[in-house]
Design a protein around this ligand. Sequence first.
Ligand code: ADP
Ligand code: ASP
Ligand code: MG
Length: 410
Amino acid sequence: MALVVQKFGGTSVGNIERIKNVANRVINTVENGDQVVVVVSAMGKSTDELVALAKGVTEKPSKREMDMLLSTGEQVTISILAMALQERGYDTVSLTGWQAGIITEACHSNARIVNFEKEKITNYLTTGKIVIVAGFQGVTESGEITTLGRGGSDTTAVALAAGLKADRCDIFTDVTGVFTTDPRVVKEARKLSSISYDEMLELANLGAGVLHPRAVEFAKNFQVKLTVRSSMVEEEGTMIEEEASVEENLVVRGLAFESNVTKISVCGMPNNISGLSNLFTTLAANNINVDIIIQNVIDSENTNISFSINSEKLTETLEVLEGNRSVLLYEEIQHETGLAKVSIVGSGMISNPGVAGIMFKSLSDVGILIKMVSTSEIKVSTVIDQNEMVKAVETLHKEFKLDEIKVLQR
Ligand code: ADP
Ligand code: ASP
Ligand code: MG
């Protein structure tokens, strides 16, 4: 008898018909002789609707109350799914995050799971119950309800799979697997049969919304056997594993992109030993997350420093820089909004030099100006104009022949 964690995302539980479809899938697994722990998201777009509800009252809701509000979304799904299974005669219990023993750090809206008291679930499993857990939520040591960040139900599922030492964790969603890029944006995107944890982690961090980055981190750290597949179409999904076992020869395996990027340039800062550290410790102290950083030394006295942020943080960042002008001693701040980040990812880059060059040439050939670059061993990211984002992704998808991938199975 295998222990299986199955997670169903928002679209997959979007209405009563779909919840009944989920119940069927769970029942099939149980009838196959396996034990099942189910993790569900809030129904359809209901988390967005709850956010909108709060916005009707205040532009700046407290994070504690937001967590209180948003955690109700998943609570609706667990109870309805439990009822659907009970109606079919199956012994089931639904659990909120705190009832399932998911302990998080004391941080609202984007908390990390720090502990999992697994007996809360195993006690039910040993009595033969199907356990249904609310994704995306936990509780702090002091009893405060927290949420794990948007898309965090994936993390709940993988954390439970790791803690329970489940035989596998299946993420059921509205696409048939992990694609070379978002199939809703690029119609030539191809489904991958397998992808490594490291590649998936880069893609998730760089904007591929199909998996929550922390879920991939957990999977890698605890070697969870993780699959992404469709809740609606009967088709083999994508296996996320230590090393991609199919389509091994791809240099670039996927493309990720995100819009809403702003570039800030701090011009004419003194070119001294503490300039960079002053600037970035000030930003960090004000909770401003910086992505790409470029330093341009002008002469022995002056340096320009550019960095990218999420555009939502623009006003706050400018305020912080203005407020610290007397310490940072810059001459001028410039900023450019309406940018996007487009990244290529693939473990094959380690052993294939020149991939960045091919990317830059390919973009320049279609007239796309690159404004910033950052690289790691297995990725190259470029910041470009947001209006050219889709064209860039389509161009690179073709350049690296990702549209030619044949559907191979394991
Ligand atoms: P769920 O509600 O099931 O968690 P999400 O909307 O969070 O579903 O994630 C699935 C979506 O991720 C897809 O509908 C797709 O638009 C998007 N996506 C982005 N990048 C990729 C990719 N590389 N492969 C597959 N889907 C992707
Ligand atoms: N319901 C939450 C969200 O929409 C968590 C999730 O679906 O994973 O972000
Ligand atoms: Mg999701």
